[in-house]
Design a protein around this ligand. Sequence first.
Ligand code: SF4
Length: 457
Amino acid sequence: MGSPCSSSTTASETAPRFLLVTLGCAKNEVDSDRMRALLLAAGLEETGDAAEADVALINTCSFLAAATEESVEATLTLAEERAEGVRACPIVMCGCVPSRYGDALAAELPEVAAFVRAEEEDGIVGVVRDVLGISGSAPEPPAEPGALRTVEGASAFVKISEGCDRFCTFCAIPYIRGRYHSRGADEVCAEVAALMEGGVREVVLIGQDTGVWGSDLGDGQSLATLLGRVAEVVRPYRGWVRVLYLQPEGMTDELVAAIRDTPEVLPYIDIPIQHCSARVLRAMGRSGSADELRALFARLRAEIPGMVLRTTGMAGFPGETDEEAQELLDFIAEEGFDYCSVFAYSPEEGTAAARMADQVPDDVKLERTQRLVDLTEQLGFAATAAHVGERVRVIVDGVEEGDEGPELIGHAWFQAPDSDGAVHIASGEAAVGDVVTVDLVDSFCYELVGELVGEEA
Ligand code: SF4
């Protein structure tokens, strides 16, 4: 049976088609990928065209109030398109917005046929079959974790944990995604092996707080031991391993040594500091001070020569004074981060910081944010330009139409996919997933121009 509200399609003619819209971060991309794989394994087909869909899924983000608004707006836009179109396919809202707002949503969004919290997404096939009115038992999901990925490019994000135990006072993630739990090493390695077998050449390990991976497993495993195992899996493919979202406290000697001594693990260190003022950090529910962070980065530079450093800074946290805002600017300039994401503080419903009395006025927040953005661009553009003249390995991600015809787009070890810039190679032939040797000859903003030297030996 097709959708009860579709105009003509029935399952006897063709499989039901789903549209999957993903908002938010890389972690959501991974969740969407898993739902996609489950739905495809259950016999549904994917479409990118809302007009063709029998059911529309929207995987939402609720990290910030603005992301929640965007998620709701995207859902209402789908509903409007649905109302105007020939088909009236049901909408299923998944992910962080249902996780955060739960049962209250049904009354607020009558346009939505079903809500699926992040932790319920493995049951997506049953939900979709219900809203489509498909009876009978659903097919068993694939047993292999690697079979639950549908990555087509050369890099893939791999989740190693879910949730977070830190409860930073500005952040809603622990309330949305729950307490920290590590994904088992065997499952992670099986997924990485399947991805490599499918042509992926770089795995990017992600979680809310990757540095504490293993701490809840109670058997002495740590991120350092996991990196060793993942490196073994990617080694025969000459693959790369990148880790994102390390918290400062997680940079143990064991982990630093694992990054330094494991050739497959890229010397790309992503440590979101948020701030450097000890007072602001304490108010954020975090620890440390400018001096402690300074000492950490000095240790990392000494231990991992030539590393690339990414961070995140937040402007306008409640109570942040002009002096403290300047302290953060000075610290970022002094450390010379290669990449820095900047956020303006946003009061998130249900968090301790949103209830703090001394909220910073929006205009001040924006002005401080802009100063941070200007500085981080200046640093980032200079760090990018400093790579000109290097000969590097580049993973080819795709082909794009450039000013002078088609060009290969790839990224080097110091560029995290979807976050940092890319390498543009004007001429030469290579396939997605190839690792090529490139001379970097020019740069613009965060982008680099390269000349193909040849395919990697
Ligand atoms: S560590 Fe990150 S995800 Fe966890 S509460 Fe703090 S900001 Fe949120």
